[in-house]
Ligand binder design. Structure first.
Ligand code: ASP
Length: 297
């Protein structure tokens, strides 16, 4: 199987920045997808999606890890999840604070019986596992927070799906939330609505978490592929259900046959894919055109 990997930098990315920020995001995604693809050549899909998402979490331009937005009470809370398609096992952390890479905490939980932890207990678990204290708040985030007190600004969650040499599939998603939300709100990103994989497909979502949960987007797409629909049709049918409730979301997906797909309800998403041809995917809308052309090639 030819290893393939696709990442996203969130649904609200394009609409929320200047041309300069957009270009910086595209450049960052290109660098990260190259590294992640290189990593995938010698690692499993589940290791690779965790690695790719950790790189996205380490990039200040996206709303995850160190780029996470401040919530309405002035705190930063992180949610992240992974799903190993081979083992059909989901793990995640919800609203964890003061860790650098929540996706790695979620990855640790794959080996425990209790696989999704929230809040202070998730943080205790992280400390026991050796994850150090990290405060993701920067001056820039603080300034944005003050700006958000007046207007809503959104940045974009991150995610990755991959298929490795052995044909194993995995998905990972990480977020700082939707921005300025009520403390305690649970994002879709650490639920099966936002992040799902099995032996047939892997999907990561971004957008309005409530909309994504209302249509169980990732789990539904994967189920449709499992029942025999091509990934593209599964995505489009599920997206039409999302649009019927006036929902906002974007998805990336890979199927066991190597089909790679991206779609969104509105043109607000940045993403990148590494495939054999061409070497590095162009990002964003032009990338979408190419991706669609490539499917079935
Ligand atoms: N889905 C995330 C949430 O609602 C936000 C995003 O994807 O940007 O928390």
């Amino acid at each position: 199987m030819e290893p393939k990997i696709i990442i996203h930098g969130g649904f609200f990315s394009e609409s929320s920045g200047t041309e300069e920020i957009k270009k910086a995001k595209q450049k960052a995604l290109t660098g990260i997808i190259e590294k992640a693809h290189q990593y995938l050549l010698s690692h499993s899909a589940i290791e690779s999606v965790a690695y790719a998402v950790s790189l996205l979490e380490d990039c200040d331009l996206f709303n995850a890890g160190i780029g996470s937005q401040i919530q309405s009470d002035g705190k930063i809370r992180l949610s992240a999840s992974l799903m190993d398609g081979e083992r059909q096992t989901f793990s995640g952390v919800i609203n964890i604070e003061e860790v650098k890479n929540p996706v790695y905490v979620a990855q640790k939980l794959l080996d425990f019986e209790d696989k999704v932890l929230s809040g202070a207990e998730a943080q205790d678990f992280a400390r026991k596992m050796g994850f150090g204290y990290f405060n993701p708040e920067t001056r820039q985030r603080k300034e944005e927070y003050i700006q958000k007190l007046e207007e809503s600004v959104r940045k974009g969650t991150v995610g990755c799906v991959a298929i490795d040499r052995e044909g194993r599939l995995a998905a990972a998603t990480s977020t700082g939330g939707k921005g300025f939300e009520m403390p305690g709100r649970v994002s879709d990103s650490a639920t099966v609505a936002g992040n799902f994989a099995n032996g047939h497909a892997a999907v990561s979502c971004t957008g309005v978490g409530e909309d994504i949960v209302n249509v169980a987007l990732a789990a539904k797409i994967v189920t449709r592929v499992t029942d025999g629909l091509p990934l593209r049709d599964a995505c489009e049918r599920s997206m039409s259900e999302l649009k019927a409730i006036d929902g906002f979301a974007g998805v990336i997906g890979i199927s066991a046959s190597g089909e790679v797909y991206h779609t969104d309800s509105h043109p607000y998403m940045v993403w990148a894919c590494f495939d054999q041809k061409p070497d590095v995917f162009p990002i964003s809308r032009t990338g979408k055109m190419w991706l669609q052309t490539f499917i079935g090639d």
